[in-house]
Design a protein around this ligand. Structure first.
Ligand SMILES: [Mg+2]
Length: 302
């Protein structure tokens, strides 16, 4: 490889958002679908993106962060963007809706680029996963070998943003060119949500107005809502400094300008054609569902 690739690796939980509600939404959507209620995937992503911004499930400042990262990718100062999370991907077990996929697609939606996230790496349930203080270690080599099979890992131009930086990537770093500069420490973000009816949100996602349309789901909805309220109680109200993510954005911009040998203040040019939201609306395509990732989500299900 001529030059080390410039990769951005993002954690999910406590880094880009406080996502505990989404696990309940995921459960509901999968139940609903199994009971024969068709739910539009792209519409779900759009509705959830708006909801997550409004309720600060997504970290304050996330739109500015995503906009900047998208700009760096368009101007080719970032080659690949990876989500690396310890969340489990239930889509791998045959379900349609999965929290890490939903988060990945929400971020791509906010970036206005269906290919914003290049790969999503989730916890491998089957693999032996060593832990540190109960936290599953993320194998530092995995993202590189997935993106560049057969190549010697080189993270000298890679940035990891994770609220548990270094500890979760404590795999063998001896030949990967990682250093303290590879990690930007970010304060963990956890947010107790204002009371929001999960039932109401689920019905909105199903595009129905009341429970009578979803009689067989009533029990599931009630159960999910009750459990959700209990879990939400364990969190504290939002106390995040909204400028924290802006500081991270600044550091990230400086990092990729440095490794690209350009001035951070120079701004990005836009050599690649970029599909704007306006164009997407004109073509009626809001999120492009990638075949490789979503083959089971195609409209003609078999
Ligand atoms: Mg985390």
């Amino acid at each position: 490889m001529a030059a080390p690739p410039r990769i951005l690796i993002l954690d999910n939980d406590e880094t880009t958002g406080s996502y505990h509600l989404l696990f309940y939404i995921e459960t509901f959507l999968n139940f609903a679908e199994q009971l024969g209620h068709p739910i539009d995937y792209n519409k779900t992503i759009q509705t959830l993106a708006a909801f997550c911004l409004e309720t600060n499930i997504l970290r304050p400042g996330i739109q500015r962060f995503i906009r900047e990262v998208a700009r760096l990718k368009r101007s080719r100062r970032i080659d690949k963007i990876v989500i690396y999370t310890n969340q489990l991907n239930v889509a791998e077990e045959g379900f349609t809706y999965s929290t890490p996929l939903i988060i990945s697609d929400i971020l791509s939606y906010l970036a206005d680029d269906p290919h914003f996230i290049d790969i999503l790496i989730t916890r491998d349930r089957s693999a032996f996963a060593p832990e540190i203080r109960g936290y599953v270690i993320k194998d530092i080599v995995r993202p590189f070998s997935m993106l560049y099979p057969g190549k010697q890992p080189d993270f000298s131009k890679t940035l990891f943003i994770d609220d548990r930086a270094f500890i979760p990537y404590a795999g063998d770093t001896s030949s990967t060119n990682t250093s303290a500069k590879s990690f930007i420490p970010i304060k963990p973000y956890k947010n107790k949500l204002p009371y929001t009816s999960v039932v109401e949100l689920c019905l909105t996602l199903m595009n129905v107005n009341n429970m009578t349309d979803t009689e067989e789901l009533e029990g599931i909805l009630t159960l999910i809502n009750r459990e959700w309220i209990l879990v939400n109680e364990e969190y504290s109200p939002l106390n995040d400094d909204p400028s924290h993510l802006d500081d991270i954005t600044k550091k990230l911009k400086q990092f990729y300008s440095r490794v690209s040998n350009v001035s951070a203040a120079a701004g990005g040019n836009h050599p690649q054609r970029h599909q704007t939201r306006q164009n997407q609306q004109q073509t009626g395509i809001e999120i492009t569902v990638r075949q490789t990732k979503r083959r089971r989500y195609s409209s003609s299900k078999t």
